[in-house]
Design a protein around this ligand. Structure first.
Ligand code: 3SL
Length: 244
């Protein structure tokens, strides 16, 4: 039987071996939710980069850029990190280069995995189905916040563990803890996360609509997969939902 493990923050990633595994990077609020939304709404490629400097270098080559630091849109880039910005029809068929505080860093740190995919509550069941239909062990990597563990990514990890419990072993404490938390929270994710640190941080910036949206389960059936440095729509999944 295949194995599923959970890394609760990129700071602990050095303790895991990503070789031969599918790494599911999750940053529910909001990086991977943006990526899933963008791909679902027709963005062709998303290039995640770790730093503002790299993102700026792409901008100077006329790429569309998205950048966020500390929850705010970074100065000088085209869009910030709201899933609603990624739904703009003008982005359809285009490439977006993105850097965020934690999410894109978690993706770049996963280099060396056999595959990297982006997960969020928005595409939870599609991710579970995708993982069921491939042969490798799985590591869910929670992006967290500046090296610290956060609740929302841990809950998503638990949701994936729950979805795969019949076909994967989850015999490690991080996966068990994530699953237990998800079981406690799943009837009311929004309520459970109301006082979590990043929800409070975003609310202070008046970003409430994004939180509710990012906690919607299974709105989309796409799975963004890294291919040559770009996240693209996995050919095994499809763009179904386009209206918003
Ligand atoms: O840290 C990140 O990658 C972002 O998703 C954080 S924020 O939700 O845009 O503040």
């Amino acid at each position: 039987m295949r194995n599923i493990d959970v890394c609760l923050t990129p700071e602990l990633l050095h303790l895991y071996d990503v070789k031969g595994k599918v790494v599911v990077v999750v940053d529910v609020l909001r990086a991977t939710s943006c990526m899933v939304s963008g791909i679902a709404h027709g963005v062709e490629k998303i290039i995640p980069v770790a730093t503002l400097e790299e993102c700026l270098a792409w901008k100077s080559k006329n790429f569309i850029t998205a950048a966020e630091r500390d929850g705010k849109k970074a100065e000088g880039f085209d869009i910030g990190n709201s899933p609603f910005s990624y739904m703009d029809p003008s982005l359809s068929g285009k490439t977006v280069v993105v850097t965020t505080t934690n999410g894109t860093l978690a993706i770049t740190k996963s280099a060396g995995a056999s595959e990297i995919i982006a997960g969020a509550f928005l595409n939870k069941s599609a991710v579970v189905q995708y993982l069921e239909n491939q042969p490798n062990d799985v590591l869910v990597l929670c992006a967290g916040w500046k090296g610290k563990v956060n609740l929302e990514d841990t809950l998503f990890a638990g949701a994936v563990v729950e979805g795969l419990q019949d076909s994967f072993f989850a015999d490690n404490d991080a996966a068990m803890a994530a699953l237990s938390l998800y079981k406690l929270a799943k009837q009311n994710l929004n309520g459970f996360l109301a006082n979590s640190s990043h929800a409070r941080r975003l609310k202070k910036l008046n970003i409430k609509k994004d939180i509710e949206f990012c906690l919607t389960e299974d709105l989309y059936s796409v799975v963004p997969v890294m291919d040559n440095g770009c996240l693209v729509c996995s050919p095994l999944t499809e763009v179904k939902e386009t209206a918003e």
